[in-house]
Design a protein. Structure first.
Length: 133
């Protein structure tokens, strides 16, 4: 697993594109310590707290007011939104050449991780999920 930081000026485009490319993909949403992820990913992941498992991704939205916030919406019939307020950094998560998900760090030292059940390059998929037809 590796992290690719997204420059702040690209956050709006990244969130929109990420949502569009991965809408409907099954994800697990968890929380971990940002500093631990920077220094020892395996140890940090062993201490992560799962907030929601195996739910379809609906969207990743950016909102800029006085402070920047990112909203991650998951679920089908019963949707749940996870909010990261005062966003400090945004990362694309990779496994090899495939997207593994996204990581959002806040200024309090917490990271929200949105990880796909089955990482894959978006261009490797053909067709739409049943819910998208």
């Amino acid at each position: 697993m590796r992290f690719e930081e997204i420059p702040e000026e690209e956050w709006p485009t990244f969130c929109e594109s990420f949502s569009r490319q991965h809408h409907g993909w099954l994800v697990t949403v968890s929380e971990a310590d940002s500093a631990a992820l920077d220094y020892d990913v395996q140890s940090a992941l062993s201490g992560e707290r799962v907030l929601e498992a195996e739910q379809p991704l609906q969207s990743v939205k950016l909102e800029r007011n006085r402070r920047t916030a990112i909203f991650v919406e998951v679920g089908e019939d019963e949707r749940r939104t996870f909010t990261v307020e005062d966003v400090r950094r945004l990362w694309r998560v990779w496994v090899g050449e495939a997207h593994e998900g996204v990581r959002v760090d806040d200024r309090k030292g917490r990271s929200l991780l949105v990880e796909f059940r089955a990482p894959a390059a978006p261009e490797a998929l053909d067709g739409l999920a049943a819910s998208e037809r």
